[in-house]
Design a protein. Structure first.
Length: 369
């Protein structure tokens, strides 16, 4: 793999406008894990490294989002906060209190969207960890623009471009949102790339949690390969998708490749899994690879149970870069703020063919060296 001169990082400070102060997880109201400090940790780590250069996202409009998401979901997210202020409960964030479970209407057909703001929240959201606050829609639109700016960069000849965004997106499906995700910026980038290259696109999802939304959007597509290495959903979120038996449907049969992993997954086990995934991607022969990049696989992450170390991220990135395919890299999860920037820097340096920074700074031997 040829070393790049520097990697472009697409970043907007407007992500601070999405600032929910709580979530409800496991029946407990707690401080949210998906906070602005996550992105700022990565920004600080990369700004100190001359091998990265920053730029603002361009503006791509609503068209690429409409190509992926249901019109009703988009309209809801756009107007939800204004409607909540006018007709909601007065709470500081929108959180569902009832959900459209499929069993509730079994045999009765589809339900129309409610007019109540509380009912609308449960119609479009599938969990209690994804509150809507005043800046949510604007920020998730900016995240989509950042992902599309990165995609445009690789079509213009860049080997890889990194979209440093929040909130994450890979849990948001065509017509529902959840899992800290509102619009699915990775899926938006995939669809945009497919329409411009008229070629196959692969997704490499390395977040700790399965990207159920991305999988659902492309599940019946033969031109999009979705691959994911993640915690077994039988024990963790999103619970209802991500099993190895899910391989696609219709024309897309065989274009979904899930590897659910056990608790305590270590560096060696993960590297074996990434090799299986990269072999599958190589065989698919895509024009571009979109990476959903998560660091909640880290051994100290507060909501994960894997045991990955900082050195392995450089090696994972190096192997992804060795595909010798353009990479559109989009930030997803990772919640150990203290180490997040360091881990991201290592993965990105590896993918760009650059030496690990931690080895020079700490005298640690790189994995694979």
């Amino acid at each position: 793999m040829e070393q790049v001169d520097s990697m472009r990082v697409v970043y907007s400070p407007r992500h601070h406008l999405h600032d929910p102060d709580f979530e409800v997880t496991g029946g407990r109201r707690i401080a949210g894990y998906e906070v602005a400090a996550r992105v700022e940790s990565i920004r600080h780590a990369l700004e100190s490294d001359p091998d990265f250069s920053f730029e603002a996202p361009g503006t791509f409009g609503i068209g690429p989002i409409r190509a992926v998401h249901d019109a009703g979901l988009i309209a809801y997210l756009e107007s939800a906060w204004q409607d909540w202020r006018a007709r909601g409960t007065g709470a500081s964030a929108i959180m569902p209190d009832a959900f459209l479970h499929p069993g509730a209407r079994a045999g009765m057909g589809d339900a129309p969207a409610p007019s109540s703001p509380c009912g609308q929240a449960g119609y479009y959201c599938f969990d209690t960890a994804t509150p809507i606050v005043p800046g949510t829609y604007e920020v998730t639109r900016v995240a989509c623009d950042a992902a599309l700016t990165a995609a445009d960069g690789v079509l213009s000849g860049e080997r890889s471009v990194y979209a440093l965004t929040r909130p994450p997106g890979h849990h948001s499906a065509r017509a529902v949102f959840g899992g800290y995700c509102y619009l699915n910026q990775a899926a938006v980038a995939v669809e945009w790339l497919a329409g411009r290259t008229h070629d196959r696109i692969a997704v490499l999802d390395v977040d700790y949690h399965h990207g159920n939304g991305t999988q659902q959007i492309f599940y019946d597509r033969e031109d999009v390969l979705y691959t994911s290495i993640h915690a077994d959903p039988s024990r963790t979120f999103p619970y209802f998708a991500g099993h190895a038996s899910e391989t696609g449907a219709g024309a897309g049969t065989g274009t979904t490749f899930n590897q659910p992993m056990p608790a305590g997954t270590n560096d060696a086990q993960y590297l074996e899994a990434i090799e299986r995934t990269l072999t599958r991607i190589e065989a698919f022969r895509p024009a571009v690879v979109v990476v959903s990049l998560g660091f909640d696989t880290y051994g100290q992450d507060p909501i994960g149970d894997f045991a990955l170390t900082t050195p392995v991220y450089h090696e994972i990135g190096r192997r992804a870069g060795a595909l010798d395919l353009p990479l559109v890299i989009i930030q997803e999860g990772g919640y150990d703020v203290a180490n997040l920037g360091r881990n991201a820097r290592e993965w990105l340096r590896g993918s760009a063919g650059l030496a690990p920074a931690f080895a020079a700074e700490d005298g640690v031997k790189a994995i694979g060296s």
